[in-house]
Write a protein that binds this ligand. Structure first.
Ligand SMILES: COc1ccc2c(n1)CCN(C(C)=O)[C@H]2C(=O)Nc1ccc(OCc2ccccc2OC)cc1
Length: 246
């Protein structure tokens, strides 16, 4: 794209619109729920689930989040112009990263809880996943991102930057992905400059590095789980979760 301001403003506006239309829950809804936590009995029910029941339960909910990320991607002008294969390749590795970025909107840092099944859950709710390190890393990442206090517009541009990553494996037209990535980066820089928050870009790049290691931890846990519970992973997980992560 020629980087005239008009184009950049249009690009930012379309990414922000797409983010807003695919954010699944409005901030006001989540704000109203943020102190609705699980009772001791409800926590007991989650903790008495078997490992594969809890994994399946979480996979179904996270797949809901992934579907909204796929919709978000489809409305990003530069993303739609890429080949089908490159769109799939970017979603395969990027959609969980965007879910984890978006998760900061669903997080209450005051009581260290995350939205889950209609209420806000602490790490103890996920005990039966047998993945304490993954859950701790997910919560830590959400804390770190919440601390940056991103606006919805900054979050929208950051999500697009995370998704349209030219370094992903098996891209057909890397140069084209680089061009779109660059225009989104110009958009984010433009938004941060306008918000007088230039120092945030460096911090966001640091968060992207943490995000990559968090997602490889998720893949590692998923591989461990699929080997131990092949039936659940292959027949009870939502097809999209399998398609993208298995
Ligand atoms: C975009 O951000 C969000 C944030 C929250 C939610 C959503 N979207 C969709 C709607 N939703 C519902 C309906 O509960 C929320 C949800 O799925 N919450 C939730 C699910 C699993 C969790 O930890 C387990 C886990 C984490 C990471 C990787 C693998 C994991 O387990 C295998 C923690 C929270």
């Amino acid at each position: 794209y020629p980087h005239s301001l008009r184009n950049i403003d249009e690009l930012c506006a379309s990414i922000v619109r797409s983010h807003r239309e695919t954010s699944q829950y409005r901030l006001e809804e989540l704000q109203a729920l943020r102190w609705k936590v699980f009772s001791r009995e409800e926590i007991q029910v989650y903790q008495s689930k078997t490992v594969d029941e809890m994994w399946q339960h979480c996979a179904v909910r996270l797949t809901e989040a992934v579907q909204y990320v796929v919709e978000f991607a489809k409305h990003i002008p530069g993303f739609r112009m890429l080949s089908q294969n490159d769109q799939i390749a970017l979603l395969k590795t990027g959609s969980m990263e965007v879910v984890l970025v978006r998760m900061c909107r669903f997080f209450n840092t005051e009581n260290n809880t995350v939205f889950f099944d209609g209420k806000f859950a602490g790490t103890e709710v996920f005990k039966s996943l047998a993945c304490g390190d993954l859950i701790a890393a997910v919560f830590d990442f959400a804390h770190g991102l919440c601390a940056l206090k991103l606006t919805e517009q900054q979050l929208a541009l950051f999500s697009a930057l995370v998704l349209i990553n030219p370094d992903r494996p098996s891209l057909e037209d890397r140069v084209r992905v680089q061009r779109v990535h660059r225009s989104v980066e110009v958009g984010l820089t433009h938004i941060l400059h306008r918000d007088n928050h230039d120092s945030l870009l460096h911090k966001l790049y640091q968060r992207m590095a943490v995000l990559r290691s968090l997602c490889s931890l998720h893949m590692e846990k998923l591989r461990w789980f699929s080997q131990r519970y092949p039936l659940t992973a292959h027949s009870l997980f939502p097809p999209l979760y399998k398609e993208l992560f298995a």
